[in-house]
Design a protein around this ligand. Structure first.
Ligand SMILES: [Zn+2]
Length: 123
């Protein structure tokens, strides 16, 4: 199985005239969703009392900036989509649950993923 994961497509990221990661992520997600292949988005989301050093406060949970950019919100309704809100820069570490399980590892196992295509909305 081939899967797609991409990260940090939060609302504050914008495309530029040089590179358009949001539309590229949307295009890739559409290709995977049309084929019902598994897609995972690591969405940055932090609690105000848990800073992510050395970065300034960003993507505070519950605010609009912690949500997907409008151009990608259609993926929230896709049946093959998994959205994981992470609280650190690393999607793998941010997928750790208190019981020791890992949402990313479970996604790979459940979908029997052997290869992934990655994407990122950070500029
Ligand atoms: Zn962050």
């Amino acid at each position: 199985m081939f899967g797609l994961y991409f990260t940090n497509c939060n609302i504050c990221f914008k495309s530029s005239s040089i590179y358009d990661p949001i539309n590229e992520s949307s295009r890739l997600a559409r290709l995977f969703c049309d084929k019902k292949l598994p897609v995972m988005e690591f969405l940055d989301s932090h609690y105000p009392d848990k800073p992510e050093d050395p970065y300034p406060s960003h993507f505070i949970a519950g605010t609009d900036e912690s949500n997907l950019v409008p151009a990608l919100r259609w993926i929230e309704n896709e049946t093959n989509m998994t959205i994981e809100r992470k609280d650190c820069y690393d999607g793998y570490l941010g997928s750790m649950e208190v019981d020791g399980s890992n949402v990313f590892v479970d996604w790979v196992k459940k979908n029997q993923i052997q290869a992934v295509r990655t994407g990122n909305c950070c500029l």
